[in-house]
Design a protein around this ligand. Structure first.
Ligand SMILES: [Zn+2]
Length: 124
């Protein structure tokens, strides 16, 4: 494939990825999980059992781990939102990869074109 075609092909992929990114309306960082925790009260039912069910998301912010409890009514919603966020980040990584390829291809194109241009004059 010629450099020009490759560059145009990357451009199309990039436009599509940007379009998909800008269509993301619901993204929340974090991973959803369910854990059982004892509350620590001596007379609570959980004292001899696994503990209370805790539904939560955890994520990292400025190097700190954060956790938020999720109400039962929002479990489907939060799974969707955190899944969307993962997709969003994946697409951003793909764009970064494309940009790296762009740079390499543009460098190659520049080199090829200078070479061809110089061949047009015997003194260059
Ligand atoms: Zn308890």
């Amino acid at each position: 494939m010629s450099t020009t075609i490759e560059i145009k092909d990357l451009e199309k992929k990039r436009i599509q990825l940007i379009k998909e990114l800008l269509n993301s309306r619901l993204i929340i960082p974090g991973s959803f999980n369910e854990v059982y925790r004892k509350c620590g009260k001596q007379n609570c039912w959980c004292h001899d059992k696994a503990g209370h069910l805790l539904r939560r998301i955890t994520w990292s912010e400025n190097g700190h781990s954060k956790t938020k409890a999720i109400p039962e009514k929002d479990i489907v919603w939060i799974k969707k939102a955190t899944g969307n966020y993962r997709e969003f980040r994946k697409k951003r990584k793909e764009i970064q990869k494309l940009d790296k390829s762009f740079k390499e291809l543009l460098d190659a194109y520049e080199k090829e074109t200078i070479k061809k241009s110089r061949q047009l004059r015997d003194y260059l």
